[in-house]
Design a protein around this ligand. Sequence first.
Ligand code: ADP
Ligand code: MG
Length: 272
Amino acid sequence: MKATEPAARGDRADGETLVVRAEMLSRDYVMGREIVRALSGVSFELRRNEYVAIVGPSGSGKSTLMNILGCLDTPTAGEYWLHGTRVSGMSDAELARVRNREIGFVFQTFNLLPRANALRNVELPLVYAGVPSSERRRRAVAVLDRVQLGDRREHRPNELSGGQRQRVAIARALVTDPALLLADEPTGNLDSKTGEEVLRLFERLHAEGHTIVVVTHDPDIAARTQRRIALRDGVIESDEPTGTAPAAVATAARPGGPGSSASWPAPAGRPA
Ligand code: ADP
Ligand code: MG
């Protein structure tokens, strides 16, 4: 069962397919006697299986928005609903629980534990989620296979290439089967060839039904997503389809190579 077709945009009543509902989000930072308004009245919705780029110049509020979407921060004003749950106004403990269950985060700098091998790094979110160790191992092994690193489980980050490290980080983000995958400049520390490897992986994940938001300053990366939200001075300047044909994405995303079909199961718990 693959959710290759996003639901019709006009179908607002169907809360099932709505992953994000952001309503007039604002975020103020108090700096001494000054208030910096990093976000100002940002509203948009994301449906399941959308693949979106957030672009904008430095200081436009991209990271602030990602932190709110990723439940690392809460808005000063406005409402944020994630997968049917009202997140704005939650306590830190509730926020941490929602984050662990619903969000997969991919960072520019990978943020892997240097002394832990790939398997251990990927298992970690399941430790926080209280998943028993045999189940943790089974799921971490399966997701490392999905990012084609089944033969690198025992490797530590410094024994992996940059692209492989980022794929471990993506496996870690996926292991909890999150509703939303967030990536802040995921190819920013990679050369163009390994960056391409990571972009292909995102395209496969999108074809499998995942909902993905990527912050990027690279117009070529943004053009490969389906929708571009441009921020400027904390407001949405534009929010448009990129013109990428979904079929082209699906074709490019077909996993290749012998035996690969078994390694790419449809994500569990996400019926089409
Ligand atoms: P971007 O990721 O697009 O570069 P940010 O979201 O990091 O932008 O920042 C948006 C604005 O908010 C900037 O003016 C920045 O200086 C300010 N800002 C971000 N984080 C903080 C903070 N923790 N304290 C004060 N100001 C901040
Ligand atoms: Mg930033």
